[in-house]
Design a protein around this ligand. Structure first.
Ligand code: IPE
Ligand code: IPE
Ligand code: MG
Length: 243
């Protein structure tokens, strides 16, 4: 039976986040350069984005490049930036066809000018689409985002625009890059690593975590369905008890 048929469409997570890991190992296992793995990873991005939108997921956040990834060899970084520019440019048509809005989180000013320009243009063109929002985490790290939020709040307090006792969960969330989106209910990480690598630490406080040994370029729509089926079997208690 098609795994898709086991998914309860009434109980889909509204927001799924993915740490797309394992591109380099995927390529190296075939005696190829790491960059080849990133190129193949783009195909998986396309497939998973389409599958998520078809199911009716509202938000899909993909961790594409971390602030720490800047410290990789400069050849890999520039190949990744080139691939990003090319992919964003080429995929805008597909996003329009699928009615998907593109957004981004992260320290975007660190991206090279060409990349930032492509990204802004794609976000502008797709801004009216409303089937699903695809959020790319680019030059993103959670600690960076949280420190930025703390900085914004302390500046406001310093200028007497904010009373410190009024700082609460909601206000803090509103200062994060992810302010417009609900918290992810499901976080998927590929490649068999059991860590979060500085991704959405605040937002996944109560997310269900799903780890798979599959390397990102091998991750297919059926793997997404399996993750959703697993998610739907879990009991989410949020610290309470079931009566
Ligand atoms: C994930 O794959 C993509 C990025 C971090 C840009 P990796 O490049 O981390 O691949 P592995 O984990 O080294 O195999
Ligand atoms: C996390 O993968 C970042 C992205 C998927 C973009 P990394 O490969 O950078 O993380 P570590 O080094 O395994 O923790
Ligand atoms: Mg990795």
């Amino acid at each position: 039976m098609d795994p898709k048929e086991h998914i309860d469409l009434e109980k889909l997570p509204s927001h799924v986040a993915v740490i797309m890991d394992g591109n380099g190992r995927w390529a190296q296992r075939q005696g190829k350069e790491r960059v080849f793995g990133h190129e193949q990873g783009v195909k998986a991005v396309r497939e998973i984005t389409e599958a998520a939108a078809e199911l009716g997921i509202n938000y899909l956040t993909l961790y594409a490049f971390s602030t720490e990834n800047w410290y990789r060899p400069k050849e890999e970084v520039s190949a990744l930036m080139k691939l990003l520019v090319q992919t964003i440019g080429e995929e805008t048509k597909t996003l329009m066809k699928n009615n998907i809005r593109l957004q981004a989180i992260g320290n975007l000013t660190d991206l090279d000018m060409k990349c930032l320009a492509e990204l802004k243009e794609a976000m502008r063109i797709t801004s009216g689409n409303d089937r699903m929002t695809l959020i790319l985490a680019l030059s993103y790290s959670s600690r960076w985002e949280i420190v930025e939020a703390a900085r914004k709040l302390s500046e406001k307090a310093y200028h007497h625009q904010l009373d410190p006792p009024s700082i609460n969960d909601d206000l803090f969330s509103q200062c994060l890059n992810t302010a417009p989106y609900p918290d992810p209910e499901l976080l998927i990480r590929t490649s068999g690593e059991y860590r979060l690598s500085n991704f959405l630490l605040w937002q996944i406080a109560y997310a269900e975590l799903y780890f798979t040994p599959k390397l990102w370029p091998d991750f297919t729509r059926n793997d997404l369905y399996e993750a959703l089926i697993d998610f739907q079997k879990r009991e989410r208690r949020f610290g309470k008890i079931t009566s």
